[in-house]
Design a protein around this ligand. Structure first.
Ligand SMILES: [Fe+2]
Ligand SMILES: [Fe+2]
Length: 235
């Protein structure tokens, strides 16, 4: 870690389980791609501290959600790199992915942990986490550049997502990236009700099936071409 410009392990007070080598590598690669580093590094560092603070609060409220944030940020940054997005978009995917579900701090833990299908009323409440997340970020002006993944990660390519019902390329690309990897992580994580926990292969099949309806077909194609090993290294 000695040759990194921002050492994640130094800047965060996160439990060791969150300090993933993949996070450091992804952030290093993004910083390497910045043409004039000195102009941006202080802000990147301040934002990282704040992002970690929000991850920490989310984790204290509900640990599985906190761990999900870590994985989604890393997977989003990987997909953004493979899709050849610019460094600002890649950083937005990493940081935005790390806070995309921060609004869940306002959802009672008994609903987040419910061992069964949600009622229609509970589902509506959970959907509120998107706007709750945007509200949380209003208190963090320096995180304004990372709001799109929070705001748009439940929009769908066909316009049937929520809460804004944007469609296709009207959805900011960082929202489309986080939407896809968020779904992958949800599918491959344990759920105590059908369809339970899908394998990597089953999840990739599902993403292929939903390319062009739920997911951006271009991003879906790139994600599905990644090796299982490359994804596994980050989760
Ligand atoms: Fe979400
Ligand atoms: Fe999520």
């Amino acid at each position: 870690m000695s040759n990194v410009l921002i050492d994640i392990t130094e800047t965060s007070k996160l439990p060791s389980a969150w300090v993933h080598l993949g996070s450091q590598k992804l952030l290093d690669e993004i910083i390497d791609a910045i043409p004039s580093k000195d102009a941006f590094l202080p802000q990147i560092l301040i934002s990282l501290e704040q992002v970690h603070g929000l991850m920490s609060s989310t984790s204290k409220h509900n640990l599985p959600t906190g761990l999900h944030l870590g994985r989604v940020g890393r997977l989003a940054a990987l997909l953004a790199k493979k899709a050849k997005l610019d460094w600002k978009e890649r950083l937005e995917c990493l940081y935005g992915g790390w806070i995309h579900d921060v609004g869940k701090v306002y959802i009672p833990e008994k609903i987040l942990n419910k061992p069964g299908r949600l009622t229609a009323e509970e589902y509506e409440l959970i959907k509120g986490h998107v706007l709750f997340g945007c509200k949380v970020l209003e208190d963090y002006p320096s995180l304004e550049a990372f709001v799109d993944p929070v705001k748009y990660h439940h929009e769908r390519w066909d316009g049937n997502g929520y809460p804004h019902k944007l469609r296709g390329l009207d959805i900011p690309v960082t929202g489309r990236v986080v939407c896809l990897v968020d779904a992958y992580d949800a599918m491959t994580s344990f759920r105590p009700y059908p369809p339970y926990q899908r394998t990597h292969e089953e999840s990739i099949e599902e993403i292929k099936r939903c390319a062009g309806t739920h997911f951006d077909p271009f991003l879906a194609q790139i994600f599905c071409s990644l090796s299982h090993h490359e994804i596994e290294d980050l989760i």
